[in-house]
Design a protein around this ligand. Structure first.
Ligand SMILES: Nc1ncnc2c1ncn2[C@@H]1O[C@H](COP(=O)(O)OP(=O)(O)OP(=O)(O)O)[C@@H](O)[C@H]1O
Length: 683
């Protein structure tokens, strides 16, 4: 595939430090490969080009593409690595430089956890202690500097300090390292001994970095070592796709590239080869709401049609059922299962979809949901079952912890009689109730609901088992299934695990306020990037769904749905007649409606309005709360009368406000006509 002019310019530029910034589907990986090929054709020894990325899959893909373009090169001549893989190779080649024994012991997760279980230290918080320690190390912190950097109210962080100290000590005593140590240990050794540092960087003339937006502090320092030594840096990334703040990656590195490297060259790729124009427009409308980004425009090369539909359903079960029915219809029309993905913000949301697809015999694979089965409520569930069978078992103690939550759960389990304990299914029923309630009083409604839904998910699985061992085996199977790809199946995936991939049809589900954006997140821009990455995976068909209740409480559509809405998007809400039997695909009638809208560009609810905004009249100015409710009611396609009833405002006021909020075109001189239009277009 030949590079386009912008890609070629970026791939062949001679500047010593360069960044190619580009949106989704712009061929960033192709351009990086093109850069490698260009350098080799210019006479650079391929062994002096180091290319780094983040996943083994990306390494493999890059290796294959380069080998295909340069068949004379032997694969072992290619210096392509993940950051961790590169650091580990350097450490193994010269362990003494990093103060390590000649045979490096690399601890896996099991060995890491043994440090705590051997000392009977049990961690009770939701965020995994190993993630907390790993993320701190990637930020180049040790237990002491981690403690010093904690903010005042960070209770979880404070309880993590002791675990960090003990862990650090055990690791040092064993002379071992873990995954998160690799890059920091290498960088520290390079800092300490410039001669050693020089021996690493001088092996190369060029450094190519993929997915630059995801670099963390350690990786950033490693890159700086190369640049300071005069190695040419060529990086590619998309600031709008930074998703790993929780793993210490920082969007600032890509945003401040030119300040960090004065005189560096930045290229922008301005085409999207993946998605149809309507999908590109939807994505751009959303992401432009982020302030912390580089404003870069791009347009769709693929000029084919796109179907974009938003559907609201009454419940998550109905939402999953209708999505599965739509998938079944697409498959019956010849779409391959592997061309379809169902994406969601967190693993819990995916559970109903597994059941719904299974009911229709649709093959699927689950990605990125391992967390669900390893979460605190899931562990507490299994631990409680072990406890009921044998209160002194190590498995019970290990899984339930020694904290307050474990103690209260044990106290309640102690009240269960012996006969019940001997029956696995009765034990499960009690554990489901007790663990379902084992939340701190301060937990928010949403946290409670998420917790309960995980407990219910484990109980669902337990219903088909006859012992706790069998339940554990089934849970392990679920985690394994996430790692074993099938040839031709629908993908169910968290958005984070869908990064870099593309499908003909994407169903982005659970689009409610509190789910996406996530209720616990304080970084709305990162949440918006998550939604952006999800919708930009779609080539032709994009379906966005939400439910009017989630986790047993009423929910509103995600604010992102309002932000990305435009006239090519069909939106039906859960209050409409027949809402629950609508498929989340554009119907024939809706297609005709869209065609009419296109032929009358100035009419319709989302058409451009004039700058004159009539103010609302009647019962006083609108509050922001009223506006939010009006937006939600409008988005759920309530009729004018319904909106009027909900908001206790006259239909006239509703219309005026919808105009002021840019949901309707300029007030039509014939008010009755406009109201009628509104009614008909929403019904
Ligand atoms: N010059 C080109 N001509 C035709 N197709 C192209 C070109 N460059 C890239 N493509 C195609 O565009 C699609 C997206 O490419 P790629 O996955 O490399 O983009 P990306 O920028 O890495 O995407 P993202 O960041 O969204 O994951 C692929 O199907 C690729 O084959």
């Amino acid at each position: 595939m030949p590079l386009d002019p912008s890609q070629r310019r970026a791939a062949t530029c001679d500047a010593p430090v360069q960044l190619t910034l580009a949106g989704p589907g712009s061929g960033k990986t192709s351009t990086l490969t093109g850069r490698f090929i260009h350098l080799v054709r210019q006479g650079v020894d391929p062994r002096r080009i180091l290319a780094v990325t983040f996943t083994k899959k990306a390494v493999e893909e890059m290796r294959q593409r380069i080998s295909a373009a340069l068949p004379d090169l032997l694969p072992k001549q290619l210096e392509i690595f993940t950051f961790h893989g590169f650091a580990y190779r350097c450490l193994r080649r010269n362990p003494a430089a990093a103060g390590l024994p000649s045979t490096i012991q690399l601890w896996d997760t099991q060995e890491q956890r043994t440090v705590f279980s051997k000392r009977r230290m049990y961690w009770n918080e939701d965020e995994d202690i190993l993630d907390i320690i790993g993320s701190a190390k990637e930020r180049l912190l040790d237990a002491r500097t981690f403690e010093a950097a904690l903010s005042r109210g960070d209770e979880v962080g404070r309880s993590a300090v002791e675990f960090f100290r003990v862990y650090e000590e055990a690791l040092n005593r064993a002379g071992a390292i873990d995954f998160a140590d690799m890059v920091p240990r290498l960088v520290q050794a390079m800092d300490r001994d410039p001669h050693y540092g020089g021996s690493i960087v001088r092996a190369y003339d060029h450094l190519l970095v993929d997915e630059y937006q995801d670099v963390n502090p350690g990786q950033n320092l490693l890159i700086s070592h190369f640049v300071r030594a005069g190695v040419q840096l060529w990086a590619v990334g998309d600031d709008d796709q930074t998703l790993y703040a929780f793993r210490a990656s920082d969007v600032e590195y890509i945003l401040n590239f030119q300040e960090r490297y004065p005189g560096s060259q930045v290229h922008i790729l301005d085409r999207n080869y993946r998605s149809a124009p309507g999908i590109v427009q939807t994505a751009k409308k959303l992401i432009c709401k982020n302030a912390g980004r580089v404003d870069k425009d791009y347009s769709a090369v693929n000029q084919g049609p796109s179907d974009i539909v938003v559907r609201g359903y009454s419940t998550p079960v109905v939402e999953a059922r209708q999505v599965a029915a739509a998938i079944s219809q697409l498959i019956s029309k010849g779409v391959k299962p592997r061309q379809i993905a169902v994406l969601y913000r967190s693993g819990t949301i995916g559970i109903h979809f597994q059941a719904a697809l299974r009911a229709l015999d649709i093959p699927f694979e689950v990605r990125g949901a391992g967390d669900f089965w390893q979460s605190s409520p899931a562990k507490l569930f299994v631990g409680s079952l072990y406890y009921l069978r044998d209160p002194r078992s190590t498995a019970a103690l290990e899984k339930m912890g020694t904290g307050k939550r474990g103690d209260i759960t044990r106290e309640r389990l102690d009240l269960i009689d012996r006969r019940t304990r001997l029956n696995f299914q009765s034990s499960c029923a009690h554990v489901q109730r007790i663990v379902g309630e084992a939340l701190p009083i301060r937990a928010s409604g949403r946290e409670r609901a998420e917790w309960e839904s995980i407990v219910d998910g484990v109980a669902m699985l337990a219903a088909s088992c006859s012992s706790v061992e069998e339940l554990e085996a089934r849970m392990a199977e679920q985690i394994q299934a996430t790692k074993r790809p099938h040839a031709n199946s629908v993908v169910l995936s968290t958005v984070h695990s869908a990064k870099g991939l593309e499908w003909d049809t994407v169903f982005l589900v659970g689009l409610e306020d509190g789910v996406m954006p996530h209720g616990n997140s304080t970084d709305i821009e990162e949440e918006r990037r998550v939604a952006y990455v999800a919708i930009t995976r779609a080539k032709r068909r994009l379906t966005l769904t939400y439910a009017a209740e989630r986790f047993g409480t009423k929910s509103d559509p995600s604010p992102f749905l309002f932000e990305m809405h435009h006239r090519e998007v069909i939106w039906t809400g859960p209050n409409m007649a027949g809402a629950d039997s609508r498929l989340p695909l554009v119907s024939l009638g809706e297609r005709a409606q869209l065609a009419t809208k296109r032929s009358h560009p100035t009419s319709g609810p989302t058409a451009r309005r004039s700058s004159r905004e009539p103010s609302s009249s009647g019962s006083g100015p609108w509050t922001s709360r009223e506006d939010t409710r009006l937006q939600a009611a409008y988005a759920s396609s309530s009729s004018l009368e319904e909106m009027s009833l909900i908001l206790k405002r006259s239909p006239d006021e509703i219309v005026s406000r919808l105009v002021a909020l840019k949901f309707l075109p300029t007030r039509n001189p014939d008010e009755a006509l406009l109201a009628e239009y509104l009614r008909r277009s929403l019904r």
